[in-house]
Ligand binder design. Structure first.
Ligand SMILES: [Zn+2]
Length: 135
């Protein structure tokens, strides 16, 4: 499901390019934008959806700060690119930003992240996949 998300200005600390990034801002608890490692594609995820809740229930502690990191790494790749839970520069793929959440630029439709290759796994197998990410 696509969702319209507001976009804001960000500036890459490495290459200096300014770009537009979608963000839920600081006010939407439980939702995040994931980026492909090349910074070209984005997807949104909701912590309270069925699969993220399963992942969360397997973490120790469940409120682990690594939750989004783990969720991003088990999401289905987009255009063959893995996802990460941080802003990535679409020009140089750096995740070092001068600033982000700058002035609002517009609104863009963002696809929902999918987890199709893991959704079908039973709990024991999924736990092994998650352990592989956290190690
Ligand atoms: Zn850059």
């Amino acid at each position: 499901m696509n969702k319209d998300v507001a976009t804001f200005e960000a500036k890459c600390a490495k290459c200096g390019s300014q770009f537009e990034h979608p963000s839920f801002g600081d006010f939407t608890y439980g939702e995040i934008i994931l980026y492909t490692i090349d910074g070209l594609q984005k997807a949104w995820a909701n912590a309270f959806s069925a699969f993220p809740q399963r992942v969360k229930s397997m973490l120790d502690p469940p409120r682990s700060k690594k939750f989004w990191e783990i969720l991003a790494s088990v999401a289905d790749p987009i255009d063959g690119q893995k996802l990460v839970a941080k802003i990535v520069c679409p020009n140089c793929a750096s995740d070092h930003m001068d600033y982000w959440n700058g002035k609002q630029i517009g609104v863009t439709p963002i696809q929902e992240a999918t987890f199709s290759h893991l959704c079908e796994l039973d709990d024991a197998t999924l736990a092994i996949e998650i352990a592989a990410v956290t190690d």
